[in-house]
Design a protein around this ligand. Structure first.
Ligand SMILES: Nc1ncnc2c1ncn2[C@@H]1O[C@H](COP(=O)(O)OP(=O)(O)OP(=O)(O)O)[C@@H](O)[C@H]1O
Length: 270
């Protein structure tokens, strides 16, 4: 692997290890042939804003899904913070807990279209709220205050009582971020969070995710724009055909590395 080393001075002095991934492999085929992830290893620390890049089909979405447990890994190890149990061996209860620790924003946002914005945000508390209470939307005052603060932070408070189905893509993305933060995660993953957004919303979302990272929660996102990676992210990992071939600072992404990652598609992603 090519290492554009993240030097110690680039990590905050008090940066904590949040996630450690070792030799992770995923094959969608039962016989283990043609793995789409091959021996992936990396570590995420608090405060890091990490972009995952690579051409279509490189395995980026699969890696996010394996990290949050929605797709089973074939082999390897994933550890949260200083915990010693391998996440890929979690039972269903442990996995539910892990999913609330590891918030994930998927490409289709997964909002409930007919519910209003603030209820969608409050649904982020579902993992901690008894189902019957959440069914009747009986969230605590503290939760409501937090939801309002989050919406205010992303300039979505004026839309709080609007149905989610009436929002624009950029607005839905902001609600999805608020809902993810509502679950008090220790890690935030997002699958192409700015896909199909206009430039203004793209920068708004990239900026918002940067603030989440600065607040201490590591953010790992799939991105297709090298310009955005260089403008916003503190670190980039590059996948090619399921292998991690680059891990380092965006400034260290040379033409040669980009060529290894994208081949002839290189002109399309700049
Ligand atoms: N459920 C599945 N069953 C079988 N193969 C799959 C499945 N999901 C993805 N794949 C394959 O795994 C490989 C990696 O796909 P993945 O979606 O992770 O790539 P990606 O880098 O996220 O691509 P993109 O940038 O287009 O979203 C591809 O060859 C894809 O066809």
């Amino acid at each position: 692997m090519l290492m554009g080393k993240i030097s110690s001075h680039q990590l905050a002095a008090n940066a904590k290890k949040i996630l450690e991934v070792k030799q992770l492999t995923k094959s969608y085929h039962k016989n283990g042939e043609q793995p789409v992830l091959k021996n992936i290893s990396f570590t995420l620390h608090s405060g890091e804003y990490v972009a995952m890049i690579g051409r279509s089909g490189a395995g980026k979405s699969t890696l996010l899904h394996v990290l949050n447990g929605s797709i089973d890994a074939t082999s390897g190890e994933i550890y949260y913070a200083e915990k010693t149990k391998n996440i890929i061996e979690f039972n269903s209860k442990e996995m539910r807990q892990w999913r609330s620790t590891c918030a994930t924003i998927f490409q289709d946002f997964c909002l409930v279209p007919r519910l209003d914005v603030i209820t969608n945000v409050l649904l982020g508390r579902l993992s901690d709220t008894p189902t019957i209470k959440s069914f009747f939307k009986q969230f605590s005052k503290e939760d409501r205050v937090k939801a309002i603060r989050l919406l205010e932070w992303l300039n979505m408070l004026p839309h709080a009582l609007q149905r989610a189905e009436n929002l624009s893509g950029g607005q839905m993305q902001r609600v999805a971020i608020c809902r993810a933060l509502m679950q008090n995660p220790s890690l935030l993953l997002a699958d192409e969070p700015v896909a199909s957004l206009d430039p203004k919303n793209t920068h708004r979302i990239m900026d918002a995710l940067g603030k989440v990272a600065q607040g201490g929660i590591p953010v790992l996102i799939n991105l297709h724009s090298i310009e955005l990676v260089k403008q916003y992210c503190t670190r980039v990992i590059g996948l090619a055909k399921g292998e991690l071939i680059f891990d380092g600072h965006p400034n260290n992404l040379t033409e040669d590395i980009l060529h290894q990652l994208y081949g002839d598609e290189i002109t399309e992603i700049k």
